[in-house]
Design a protein around this ligand. Structure first.
Ligand code: TYM
Length: 347
């Protein structure tokens, strides 16, 4: 069956967003608004899979929403909302808890990393996290999911869940009037561009992440201009000049990372950046990168701060987005209930 193209993606409201979130995901989100119906979520249900201070969580939901809008997501055009306001996510996630197999979840590397050695003490929610993610996407029958490289395995699981649901309930799906047993699309990851995996500024072999203790390892979307410039100038590098082509970046993770960041922020490719800076020292490249970061990120931080002065308006946007999201998810969830065999009143 041919599905209507629809984009879904989300970010966790745990601390402030950083350059990795912006380059790995949000730049594509902004672009896709031009061509697609887009649904962008602040995934607060995912956030509580590890402990969150309630007052900080509430603030972080608003802050991430402000960053979305400040970065260029248009709440009129796209649907922006927080996940917990649309119960279809949790309801469909339960059905998927019963579709997904333990063996599938046992392979998830992100659970292993996040749970660490004390696995017995991890929440059940952290373990079932990828099922909720599949529900986020499939509650809207979304076909395209723009994310960074670290979400690839979770999206493969979403496809497996969609496929197994389609197979397990094939007869009921046909009886409900869907051709060929395809109730859910197999959502496609959109992992493109020169910065699908932005690395720490302190260690080019580690991913830039909110959980890294050193603030110098990442550029936050809330950082002021001086802080941004300082972090770029202090970023770890090696002593060699930049190479003339991308082959010369292999084995030089810090150089590769900074060149990738420059390319993504300037809307070009790594090869273009090297055509300009190849043969030059980091002492010349870093100030240019710092200027670019400040020019691109500074206005986002300023606008997000301005939006945060009016939290009631942010809440209004989230309620409006949730209403629109619910309207899309409700008939899909009603079909799921029919297919699975629940007794219910259709909305
Ligand atoms: P989260 O909140 O960890 O990250 C949000 C987005 O940012 C991307 N990202 C990065 N990209 C490049 N380099 C980095 N260093 C980097 N760090 C983060 C992530 O790939 C992601 O696209 N499970 C998801 C949220 C989620 C979701 C969904 C995404 C929940 N439901 C449904 C898509 C569809 C997460 O924790 O992302």
């Amino acid at each position: 069956m041919k599905f209507q193209e629809r984009v879904f993606s989300g970010m966790q409201p745990t601390g402030s967003l950083h350059l990795g979130n912006y380059l790995g995901a949000m730049l594509k989100w902004i672009d896709l608004q031009k061509t697609h119906e887009c649904i962008y979520c602040v995934v607060d249900l995912h956030a509580i899979t590890v402990w969150q201070d309630p007052a900080e969580l509430r603030q972080a939901i608003r802050q991430v929403t402000a960053a979305y809008i400040a970065a260029g997501l248009d709440p009129e055009k796209s649907i922006l909302f927080n996940q917990s306001q649309v119960s279809a996510h949790a309801e469909l996630a339960w059905v998927f808890n019963c579709v997904a197999r333990l063996g599938w979840l046992n392979r998830m590397t992100q659970f292993k990393e996040k749970a660490g050695k004390d696995r017995e003490n991890a929440s059940v929610g952290l373990y079932a996290y990828p099922n909720l993610m599949a529900a986020d996407i499939l509650a809207y029958r979304a076909t395209h999911v723009p994310v960074g490289d670290d979400q690839k395995q979770h999206l493969e699981l979403s496809r497996d869940i969609a496929q197994k649901f389609n197979n397990d309930f094939c007869a009921q799906i046909e009886a409900a009037g869907y051709d060929g047993g395809d109730f859910f699309p197999l959502p496609e990851p959109v992992i493109t561009g020169p910065a699908t995996r932005v690395m720490s500024l302190r260690d080019g072999t580690r991913k830039m992440s909110k959980s890294e203790p050193s603030e110098m390892s990442r550029i936050n979307l809330t950082d002021d201009n001086d802080t941004i410039a300082k972090k770029v100038k202090k970023a770890k590098t090696d002593p060699e000049p930049l190479p003339a082509d991308t082959k010369g970046l292999s084995g030089r993770p810090e150089a590769e990372n900074l060149v990738g960041i420059f390319a993504a922020l300037s809307g070009s490719q790594k090869a273009d950046v090297l055509a300009e800076f190849g043969g030059r020292q980091f002492s010349e490249f870093k100030p240019a990168l710092a200027d670019l970061c400040v020019a691109r990120l500074g206005p986002i931080a300023d606008e997000a701060r301005r939006l945060m002065d009016d939290p009631a308006e942010i809440d209004r946007i989230l309620v409006d987005g949730a209403d629109r999201a619910r309207a899309i998810a409700a008939p899909i969830l009603a079909d799921v209930k029919d297919i699975v065999g629940f007794v219910h009143a259709r909305p």
